[in-house]
Each structure stands twice: as C-alpha cells, then as structure tokens.
Design a protein around this ligand. Sequence first.
Ligand code: PMP
Length: 452
Amino acid sequence: MSVIESFTALPLGGPSLPQERRLVTDLPGPRSREILDRKAAAVASGVGHTVPIAAVAAGGGVVVDADGNSLIDLGSGIAVTTAGNANPRVVAAVTEQLARFTHTCFMIAPYESYVAVAEALNDLTPGDHEKRTALFNSGAEAVENAVKIARKYTKRHAIVAFDHAYHGRTNLTMALTAKNMPYKHGFGPFAGEIYRAPMSYPFRDGLTGPEAAKKAILHIEKQVGADNVAAVIIEPIQGEGGFIVPADGFLNALADWCRENGVVFIADEVQTGFARTGRWFASEHFGIVPDLVVTAKGIADGLPLSGVTGRAAMMDATHTGGLGGTYGGNPLACVAALAAIESYVEDGLLERATEIGDILTSRLRALAATDARIGDVRGFGAMIAAEFVDPETGEPDGALTARVAKDCIANGVIVLTCGTHGNIIRFLPPLTIPNHLLNEGLDVVEGALARD
Ligand code: PMP
C-alpha cells in the first residue's frame, strides 16, 4: 500500500470533525495498541508519550485516534495548535505553497513569506522601536540564537535564568532549564556561564513583585556581577515549570535593572506567545517591553517554526552569516504562520482566549472552593493551571496530580501536567474548542478528582 492509500480510509481533520467526546474502546484500542507496540520496537524509549493512542485526525477541540475514539483536547500538543489543528486557513496556505516550492534555503535564495513573517513579528511584539527578526525551527534553537545575539551585542558571557525555568533540551537550553528529571539527568556536562536566580512565585514565596525582584537582583549582583551579564532570560509566565505567574512588578523591576546595567532582557514567549494568554504576547499583561522576544509553538499552528525578534541594534550586531540554518524559516512553515496570524485576527481568537480563560478560571476556582487539594488556580486566557497540594501541609502533591491526569485521559480528555514537583495540571485548549467540549472536559476533571 502506498503512503497515500494508507491515508484514504482515515477521517480528515479540522473544525468539521464531530465535536464530541466518544470512546468506542478502552485506551489504547486494538489498532492504536498495534502502532504503539511498533513504536516500542522502533522508536528510542527516551521518546515517551502521555496519551496511549495513535492519532489520525484532529481539529476544533478533539483528537481522533486509529480506533475511532474522539478525545477532548485540553493540551494543543503543548500549546502549539492554538488556532486549531488543521485550521482551514493554514491547510489552504500550506497546500498552495507545497505545490510551488518546499525549500530553497532562505540563506541561498530568499523568498517573500519569510520576510512577511519577520515584518509581522516586528509589528506584533511589544514596543514600537525599530526591530529585526531571524527565523529558526524550534523553540530551543531560537533560545540558543537569542543567547548568541545577546553575547555578541554585549561582548559579555554570563546568562541568568530562573528557578523553575524551561527553555529546551539542547545542550545550552538544558543548562538554562531548571528541572533535572526528565530533562537533564545524565546528559551533562552542560554549557557554562549560566547562572540561576530565584523566581517570583507568589503562591509559594509570599513576596511582592518588588521584593522578589530585589532578592533576584541582589543574587545576580553578588554571585555574577552586573557587568558580566549578557542577558537575563525569563518566561513571563513559566510554562513547564508550573504556569507560575510572577507577582506584579517583578518583571518590570527586572527589566528596569537590565536597562540600567546594559543587560539584554530576553522574554521566552515560546509557550505564552501568539494569543495563548488573550494577548499577542504575555509580556503585555505586565507592561514590559523585552529587548528580545523568542517565539515558537503557536506561531505556525503546528508547523516547525520559531523566531527571535528584537531591537535592531542588537539583532544587527551579528556579522552576516552568523545566524541561520538549513531549514530556518522554511517556506511551508512561513505561510502557515501567515495564515495562523490571519486566523488569530479574523477569527477573533485573542478574544476567544479570554473567554476560555474565564470559563476555566471560574470553574476551577469553584472546584477549589470545595476541594482543599487545589491550592491555587492561576494563569491568563487559555493558559490556566491548577496546583495540587496536600491540604494539611501545603506540600506539592505530584502523586494525586498524576492519578487525576491519568484518569482524565482514560476517560477521553487530554490534560497535561507540569511543575518542578509535577503537581500542576495545565489547561491549554486550542482556541477553536467549543464551550460544550471545554465544559465537558472540566466535568471529567471534576469526576476524576472526586474518584482519586
Ligand atoms: N521555551 C519554552 C518556554 C517552552 O515552553 C519550550 C517548549 N516546551 C521551549 C522553549 C522549547 O521549545 P522546543 O520544544 O520547540 O524546542
């Protein structure tokens, strides 16, 4: 059977898929199990998976598997398909581009869609200063390039990252990432000149933003020295680390300190960017204007694309040929990004993220009011988390969190966990999810919590 023939029996994805939770087998069903058995035999065991299915189609607010099970998607493939899987605008743009050319390498023969994405990023990222953009493939690759750019511009070496940070799995980004298991364990030695500062974590540290910033700045000044610091890199709302929203004033004080000390302030908006939090970028919620903004995930609705956008003087400090890569800004990914941006605007998806946030927050807060195991509900827009704790001690309860998430998945709702202690369930639905599915998904979470 040819590749195409093997696809013809499968449903098409996109918003026209029936928007329902439908379990016709236990998970995994027989066809998915067969594929997962092949995975176990063929794919390196280091590449894990959370949901025991083989996906064949997705769209709106569902993921359909090889056995015909339809699961509610509250994860968007880790905050990627923000404009919905197989979004019709993205499908049309990529299909059209596919029939024209798939690759010339932008560093060899440039093309317009890359330039248009750079223009869009220069326009959409916070601040009206003159900006430039460079495109890459993954979040980690873009983070690495932001660090290269900051070092080249400042002629300094030290990079400051934060407790609970996640910036990727390459050697440099592992060094920037805080959590050992599963991201770093046994993979060292790591890149040097990386320093870690304390993060503002209002639920845990009880500090105001200015107090937490003072602590972090003192730490940097005493342990690294301001003059040695090329860049401070921070997720405005931490993703993998636990959807930690810093206290008001923390990011602002940090950004001010960077400006006063000639330090490049890098916002890693890989998870928070592109309408996810109800704004184009989470930095806007805090009124900060980063020097460099790193983007990926929601930028191209599932095609691999990432970017670094920032002040022209910093971005242009690198010699020609110093930035790039074979596939960076691939034409299929670039037209996907342009179509996704069109969808965010034309389909009202920023407003939709805020509506989704209201539903998630009000329902989770109501649940927390009657269940002391939910210690905190936080986030913005379609990026909301519930932190699970031992009600007696307030200690993180990772075991409960894992049980609840597993129960939700077995009942046809894809939820993801996160947090240094694995005690957070994060909600990242596609913005195309209908309300009835969002509510049904939350009913399932509620049921799982009642059982566990
Ligand atoms: N930064 C942040 C904030 C992320 O959430 C992620 C991915 N979870 C990355 C960087 C790395 O992105 P990628 O997996 O595309 O390399």
